[in-house]
Structure formats: C-alpha cells, structure tokens
Ligand binder design. Structure first.
Ligand SMILES: [Zn+2]
Length: 409
C-alpha cells in the first residue's frame, strides 16, 4: 500500500501478480465458475489456477460456493468460485458545488453504504470542506465495519481540472478553488495512512460509471454530458477514460456554438455553456434565482415550467437542445461513439432536450446514414460520479489483487 495522498502503485506487478489479476478479472466479468472453466478461458493451466484461486480466497476477494448439481447427476457436485461480496469495499467520494457525497461498493459494484449532504461550497475553504468530507467518510466506514467490510482505497470526484498523478485540483471555477492538493488534504483529514486517496474529474467519473453500470453498459465508446452548473463532458474511448495530453480534455462547455455569441466566464464568447448552461437556461426562461438555492432545485423548476407549457422555458430548452446537438455532432464526427448519455441536470430535462439533440445529430454527423448514435438518459442520478470513483478503486483491486492486504481474521 502506498502512503496517504499518493496514487496506487505504479511499478509493474510481477507475472504472478498479473495472473492473480487475470483470474479475478475473469470472475468479475463472467460471474461464478469452476477452476477448470477459468483455466480454459484464461489459458492458464489448471494447477496454476487452483493456486491463484487459493491466494484470492485468502485475500478475501473470492469465495467458494457449491455447484448446483443437475437433476439425476452422478457423483459429487463440484465447487465453484465467485466474487466475495463481503471483505473488501471501495470508497467513491464527490465534492460538488452544492453537495458532497460518499458511497461504498463491494467488489461486485453493489452499493453497501451511502451518505449525501447538501451544502453550498462556493468559495468555501478547501481544507474545511475536505475535513467535513472526511467526517462523512468515517461515518460510512463505521457503517461498513458493521457489515464486515473493509475499505481499501478512496477516489474523490471534483468539478474541475485535475492533475490525476499528483492528486491535485488545478482549477474549479464554480467552487472558486485553485491549485488545491485534494488527495493530501483529505488524506490528512482522514488520518488513515492505510487508505490511499486518488482524485479525478467528476465528468470523467460519471462517464465511467455509465459505461460500467449505467446506460452505456456493454459499449466501448461513450460520451457523457451533464449540465449541473457548467456543462461537463466525459469521454470514454476503447473502454478507458480519455484524458488528452494533460488530462484537461472533455471541456465540451467551451466549444463555440455561436461565433458572435455572449461572453463566457472562460474569456471566450459564444461557448455552449452560454446557451445551455444552467444559468443561461434560467435567464432565457425568466426564472429568478434567489442566492443559495441548490442547482438541483433550479433544474426541477425548469422541468416544472416546461411541463406546464411555459413558452419561454420551452424556447430556452429548444435553443439549448439545438446548441447541445450541434456541439455533440462535432464530438460524434471526431470520436464516433456508440452512445451519448445525458446525465446530471440534462437527464431531468431530457424530454425537451433529446428531440433537438437527435435532430441535429441526424443532420450533422457525416456517418448518420450508416449508423445511428444512441442517445440515452442516465439512470444513475446524482450518484454517478461517486459510483465512477468507486469503480476505479474496484478496477485497481481487480488489476493487482496482491496489493490489497488480507482482512484481519
Ligand atoms: Zn467558455
């Protein structure tokens, strides 16, 4: 295990450790199976698989279950192995503009404990917010302990540009945070050196959660777009988070959709965010915004007005959906995704956004005649980013199970 604040081990694991990961990943992907079936599928020989399975059972990651004997079967039924849903847990955390979330999943991805606190974090001191997040995390760990689960690491989703290797948030305009050492501060506040902390961008993590357990399950190329306060997008290419050269890709909100449009907070003008960002939608729909109202409530107001047939709201959503479709058509022409997932506020506004988005994709994506891009709506809700964060930790365990210490007996 690495020290608090550092990312998990980067040195290549030995061949044996790699094989442990191969076996565990196979069981995670294919469900319970016999040692012989695992050997057949992975190309490892049977006695090697038996040894590896014994280690994985000892580490608390796999368990043995009796095979169901077919009726009238002759002889003793065999033993199968499956992922253990007790033992190890992954912590997925999120700090966002008006809430913070902590959840924990077991290795099967099932949520075993969760906590959500709504609080306005705009302009708040990172150290104070992360100390509160640490308290919330400790409560979740206590809940896990009661279920016999032990967290092995935590990942934190944050709404801004992240230096993933250093665990630092470089810039989060909506929180007004700049150059915050999130992994280090949270690690210190948790005071649990055995619990490594990593940090990633919330949009990336939401996209990853959709790929693993949401609307993009079974896909390899996915775009997830959400409009909570800014317009965030996460790209999955070949099953992996696309980060670009410096990890700062995916800023869909600042694609130009109107050459002579309104000035944007980023310094440019006519950015997508100036048309379909939440502030822009609210202004066009003539919704007055009292200070401190959580953005989720504002989205609900927009949806309520749209359902009531308010003309200004419907116009704002039509124009916003069209601009979103134009921007997504550009992304689709470049990346050729299987699916575009609308999440965050856009999931709630999807009845009004999906038709103009589909129409723009049909008209502007060059390959639209041969392949229709699926436009799907997220079902993971506000927890998407925290779920993606926990999924990263589960991936770390599956890739290098030997890095996890055995649970105390
Ligand atoms: Zn901009």
């Amino acid at each position: 295990m690495t020290a608090v604040g550092a990312v998990p081990p980067v040195e290549p694991p030995s061949a044996r450790r790699t094989s442990l990961g191969t076996v565990l990943r196979h069981v995670a992907d294919h469900g319970r199976g016999s040692r012989a079936a695992i050997a057949g599928a992975t190309g490892l020989n049977k006695s090697t698989v038996s040894n590896l399975v014994a280690v994985l059972i000892e580490l608390g990651l796999l368990r043995e279950v009796p095979a169901e004997a077919p009726p009238r079967a002759v002889g003793r039924p065999g033993r199968l192995v499956e992922l253990r849903d007790g033992g190890v847990a992954a912590l997925g955390l999120e700090v966002n503009v008006d809430y913070r979330a902590v959840l924990a999943t077991d290795l099967t991805g099932r949520v075993r404990a969760r906590s959500l606190v709504e609080e306005d974090h705009r302009g708040a001191d990172p150290e104070t917010v992360l100390a509160a997040l640490a308290d919330q995390t400790r409560d979740v760990i206590t809940d896990l302990a009661r279920q016999g689960l032990r967290p092995v690491a935590a990942a934190v989703a944050v709404p801004g540009l992240v230096d993933v290797a250093a665990g630092r948030l470089m810039l989060a305009p909506n929180l007004r945070w700049r150059d915050a050492p999130v992994a280090e501060l949270l690690g210190a506040a948790l005071g649990a050196p055995e619990l490594p902390v990593r940090v990633d961008n919330e949009a990336n993590l939401a996209a990853y959660a959709e790929l693993r357990d949401g609307a993009g399950r079974g896909c390899s190329h996915l775009v997830h777009v959400s409009g909570q306060i800014g317009v965030g997008a996460g790209l999955i290419v070949d099953g992996r988070i696309f980060r670009g050269a410096s990890g700062f890709g995916g800023e869909l909100g600042h694609i130009t959709v109107d050459l002579d449009g309104l000035p944007c907070a980023c310094g440019s003008r006519g950015c997508l965010e100036t048309v379909v960002g939440q502030e822009a939608l609210l202004a066009r729909a003539h919704v007055s915004v009292p200070p401190g109202v959580p953005s989720r409530r504002l989205t609900q107001t927009l949806a309520r007005q749209a359902r009531a047939g308010d003309a200004r709201t419907l116009n704002a959503l039509r124009a916003g959906g069209k601009a979103l479709g134009v921007a997504l058509a550009t992304v689709a022409n470049l990346f050729d995704p299987d699916v575009i997932v609308l999440g965050g506020a856009y999931a709630e506004l999807s009845p009004w956004l999906v038709p103009p988005v589909r129409s723009e994709l049909r008209g502007r994506v060059i390959a639209a005649r041969w392949s229709t891009i699926d436009v799907a709506v997220s079902a993971l809700g506000q927890e998407a980013s925290a779920l993606g964060a926990a999924a990263l930790i589960v991936d770390d365990v599956l890739a290098d199970p030997a890095a996890m210490r055995a649970p105390a007996a």
